[in-house]
Design a protein around this ligand. Structure first.
Ligand code: ZN
Length: 337
C-alpha cells in the first residue's frame, strides 16, 4: 500500500514538473511575442503615418472612442473567428487572382450565386466638425500604455473644393448615396455608415458598422488635398498595413486585392490618373475594422479640374460606374475560385 502511495506520489511530482515546464515554455514565448509587438509600436511615431508616397488630406488620422470596446474583453486570438466568411471564399487560387484578372471577361462580369448575400458598407468621409481628443490607436494594443494613444483628431471636417467651395463631407455623402443605389440594383445589401449627414462618427465607430453587419467589404470615400501643388490630380487608395499583429496577412491581402481591382476600374471609367495603393498603419478606422477595407481618394479637392469633376452630377455617374465595376469584378474573382 505504502509502495503504491509512493509510486503515485512520484508520478504526481513528475506530472507537476512537466506542467511547470510547459507553462514556463509558454510564458517565455508569450514574453518574446509581447516584446516584439512593443518594439514595433514604440519604434514608430504615430504622428508620421501619413507621410508616405502620395499626398493625403490627413483624414487617415481619424481616431475613435475607447469606450467603443471594453479592453477587458479583448483577446487578439478572438479575431481569428471573425475570418470565417473569408475562409469560405478563399481557396489557394486567390493568390493567382491578379493573373486571372487579366483574362477575365472585361464587360459586365457575371456574379456568382452568392451576390444576394454580399454586404457592403459605404462610409462617406468626414462630417461638419473637427474635434481633437486622445484616441486609442488599436484595440489590439494595451490601452494602459501611453504609446497606445495619440492626441489627434477624433473627428475631422476634411477638405474643401478649391473651385466649388463644397466641403468634402458633402461630396462624399452625395456620391455614397448614389453608389448605394447602383449597388442595390445589382443585388448587394448596402449600408451607409451614417445615413444622416449630420451624424458625427469617429473612425472606429465607422468600422464598427462594418463589423456589426459582418460586411464583406467596407469602402470609405474621400477627396484628397495637396495645397502645395494644385496640379496634383488623380485617385489613390489607402489600405491597411499590418501593425502590432493586426490585420492578419489574409485580411491585408484581401483589402489590397479589392483596392487594386476597384482603383483600376475607377481610373478606367473616370479617366483620372491611377496613383496606386498607399498602405498605412496606426489608423484607427483600419485597426478597428475586422473585414476587408479600403479608403478611396476619388480625386484632389485642391485641383480645380478634379474638384469640379467630383461635384458634377454627370461625372459622378462615371465615378459610381467605376466603383461598381470594380466591386463586381472583385467579388467575381473571389467566387470563381
Ligand atoms: Zn478625407
Amino acid at each position: 500500500m505504502i509502495k503504491q502511495i509512493s509510486f503515485f506520489a512520484v508520478l504526481a511530482v513528475i506530472a507537476v514538473l512537466i506542467v511547470w515546464m510547459i507553462m514556463s515554455f509558454i510564458d517565455i514565448n508569450s514574453k518574446n511575442h509581447s516584446e516584439t509587438s512593443g518594439k514595433s509600436i514604440t519604434d514608430n511615431n504615430p504622428e508620421e503615418n501619413d507621410t508616405e508616397e502620395a499626398p493625403d488630406d490627413g483624414h487617415s488620422s481619424e481616431f475613435d472612442l475607447s469606450a467603443l470596446i471594453d479592453p477587458s474583453t479583448l483577446n487578439p486570438n478572438d479575431k481569428i473567428d471573425l475570418y470565417y466568411r473569408i475562409d469560405q471564399v478563399l481557396p489557394a487560387v486567390y493568390e493567382s487572382a491578379n493573373a486571372h484578372y487579366k483574362t477575365f471577361a472585361q464587360d459586365n462580369p457575371i456574379l456568382g450565386s452568392n451576390k444576394d448575400t454580399r454586404v457592403i458598407v459605404l462610409d462617406a468621409g468626414h462630417q461638419d466638425e473637427t474635434r481633437k481628443s486622445d484616441v486609442w490607436l488599436s484595440p489590439y494594443i494595451d490601452p494602459s500604455k501611453t504609446t497606445s494613444w495619440v492626441h489627434n483628431s477624433l473627428l475631422t471636417i476634411g477638405t474643401e473644393g478649391t473651385k466649388t467651395k463644397i466641403p468634402e463631407y458633402e461630396t462624399t455623402h452625395e456620391i455614397a448615396g448614389k453608389l448605394k443605389s447602383a449597388l442595390e440594383a445589382y443585388g448587394y445589401k448596402v449600408l451607409l455608415s451614417h445615413p444622416d449627414i449630420k451624424e458625427k462618427l469617429s473612425g472606429a465607430e465607422r468600422a464598427a458598422v462594418a463589423n456589426r453587419n459582418n460586411a464583406d467589404l467596407m469602402i470609405s470615400l474621400h477627396c484628397n488635398s495637396y495645397d502645395e501643388d494644385p496640379k496634383q490630380s488623380g485617385a489613390l487608395v489607402l489600405v491597411p498595413k499590418i501593425w502590432a499583429g493586426y490585420p492578419s496577412e489574409r485580411l491585408e491581402y484581401l483589402s489590397k486585392h479589392a483596392a487594386t481591382v476597384i482603383l483600376e476600374e475607377y481610373a478606367k471609367a473616370t479617366g483620372l490618373k491611377n496613383r496606386g495603393l498607399n498602405p498605412i498603419d496606426k489608423t484607427s478606422m483600419f485597426a478597428f475594422c475586422k473585414v476587408p477595407i479600403l479608403l478611396l481618394e476619388m480625386g484632389f479637392s485642391s485641383c480645380p479640374s478634379d474638384d469640379k469633376a467630383m461635384n458634377d452630377p454627370e461625372f459622378q455617374k462615371k465615378i459610381v460606374e467605376g466603383i461598381v465595376n470594380g466591386i463586381n469584378k472583385y467579388f467575381s474573382l473571389i467566387e470563381i475560385s
